[in-house]
Unconditional design. Structure first.
Lengths: 390, 121
């Protein structure tokens, strides 16, 4: 594999998640539950953990910011440092990237990376309003652009530019719900049809309710470590072979093309280059499908399909589980749910489960290489990671 | 007046305050502090007409707080005439996609507590 620019190979040694959905427990509780699940899955002593990376956006909604020390105290390692990272809906992957860089650089040999969100108790109006603070608020949120509205603006441009229909977008939702039915931790475990999507209430034209992911609570956690640490601790692990980050203009108005997300392309290119592979080598991908249009755009930006052809791939069923390339075998944000601070870490949990044979009925057959793609807001921030089974 | 206050004052006149790089001539919205093209910090004001065509839009039926009185409304990205600049705003009284095909002529008409107001031209 590609150029080894860091001293340490970095591995994921364990992974765990709470269920995604409407959860009763507090943000501190679910942060701890997911972290404990990852520690137990890795089979390590918590005292081996040298630091924690926490991703979260709306801690204030559940009266707890500064989550790191609370987690560390609960894990019995209150002397260990922690850091909270916010990058809107991309917080999880951005936090994972910072943790990755610290292990790769040799600062720490074992970290816990935990993402969490707890918002459903605040209600739809609160969440819609506060999520809009993740946009370039002066130009977008303030002018009435909800998040569905911003992706709807991308969808409208895509419909205008390419040979696509609203039914095509609906197929993304149907596919991801089919996958989510096989995931016991998914938020929306319900089979749906194209008609269900088309007949659901319009949220922001042309997007309807079933084109949108749900607001979810949930927490996900992984144990990230050096290869030496992973080998010494014995359990199943996977290797991180590519890591890339990118940025885009904060507002849609700053982008020449509204049917592509620049940060996705930049991050993917960097990750592929580091891994020394091309999109054709990817067996499955967990991509950021906050809205159906996003998955179509993502699969083009990540190089799986040419610009404007992602929609044809969906129509032809080429992104279904165990087809040409399995996109969102977990059910994606659409069905698995989108606890925004947890999502990017949750994608890594899915890749770990897939590549270590723990994905059950939704297993991608013979998969060796998986990719995660997670962005903040309309893709103003993005991180892509590539993993390989060992 | 801050740069944003100046932008708002111009929007109320139906115009857009842009910043033109004095080194390379690249045009930006006035809230930018360094040239995106050459990195220079020198700008001069350029007042553009707030007219153009709809680059993309959506019609919002589930609004954020504060927009109840306008719902349904369109959030619009406007491609300004005679420049590569685009600017966002919202347009009341739009209820179906047939009301606002991409490419429709539109103009900035003001600014209220909710942002830049637009109307079809």
């Amino acid at each position: 594999m590609g150029s080894a620019i860091f001293m340490e190979k970095v591995c994921v040694l364990g992974a765990g998640s709470t269920k995604y959905g409407k959860l009763a427990d507090s943000i501190a509780d679910i942060t701890t539950q997911a972290s404990v699940a990852a520690i137990e899955n890795a089979g390590i002593d918590p005292k081996e953990i040298k630091a924690a990376y926490i991703s979260n956006v709306f801690g204030m909604a559940d009266k707890q910011v500064h989550l790191g020390p609370v987690l560390m105290s609960n894990l019995g390692i209150s002397d260990k440092p922690s850091l909270s990272i916010e990058s809107a809906c991309g917080s999880g992957s951005v936090s994972f990237r910072e943790a990755y860089a610290n292990v790769a650089a040799g600062f720490y040999d074992c970290l816990v990376v935990t993402g969490v969100e707890k918002v459903t108790h605040t209600g739809t109006e609160w969440t819609t309003t506060y999520f809009a603070y993740c946009s370039d608020f002066f130009y977008e949120g303030q002018a009435g652009a909800s998040f569905p509205g911003l992706f709807a603006s991308m969808a409208r441009a895509y419909l205008n530019e390419f040979n696509a229909t609203e039914e095509d977008f609906a197929r993304v939702a149907v596919k991801n719900h089919d996958n989510g039915l096989l995931n016991p931790k998914a938020h929306l475990q319900k089979k749906i049809t194209i008609d269900d999507v088309m007949n659901s209430a319009v949220v922001a034209s042309p997007l309807k309710l079933y084109d949108c992911c749900p607001f979810s609570d949930g927490a996900s956690s992984v144990i990230l470590c050096s290869e030496k640490f992973a080998k010494e601790n014995g359990g199943d692990y996977i290797e991180v072979i590519g890591s890339g980050r990118g940025g885009s203009p904060a507002a849609l108005q700053g982008r020449e093309h509204m049917t592509t997300i620049p940060s996705s392309k930049i991050a993917a290119e960097a990750a592929y280059k580091m891994a020394g592979i091309t999109p054709k080598d990817i067996d499955f991908a967990e991509v950021h499908d906050c809205f159906t249009i996003a998955e179509v755009v993502d699969t083009e930006d990540l190089g799986f399909f040419e610009k404007g052809k992602g929609v044809e791939a969906v129509r032809e069923g080429r992104t279904k589980l165990n087809s040409d390339i399995s996109i969102n075998p977990s059910g994606g944000l659409k069905s698995k749910g989108h606890p925004i601070g947890a999502t990017g870490v949750g994608q890594v949990v899915e890749v770990f489960d897939q590549l270590t044979g723990k994905a059950g009925a939704r297993t991608v057959k013979d998969a060796k290489i998986g990719l995660t793609h997670n962005f903040g807001a309309t893709g103003a921030s993005c991180a892509v990671h590539i993993f390989q089974s060992v | 007046m801050s740069v944003k206050e100046q932008l708002i004052a111009k929007a109320k006149e139906g115009k857009v305050l842009a910043h033109k790089c004095t080194k390379c001539g690249f045009l930006h919205l006035s809230t930018v502090y360094f040239c995106q093209k050459c990195g220079s910090k020198g700008f001069e004001d350029a007042i553009l007409e707030g007219t153009g065509t709809v680059a993309t839009y959506t019609i919002i039926t589930v609004p954020p707080a504060g927009f109840e009185k306008y719902t349904p409304y369109a959030f619009v990205v406007l491609q300004l005439d005679n420049s590569d600049l685009r600017i966002s705003g919202f347009m009341a009284g739009i209820s179906t996609p047939a009301d606002l095909p991409i490419g429709t002529r539109a103009k900035i008409t003001g600014f209220d507590e909710c942002g830049i107001l637009m109307e079809k031209q």
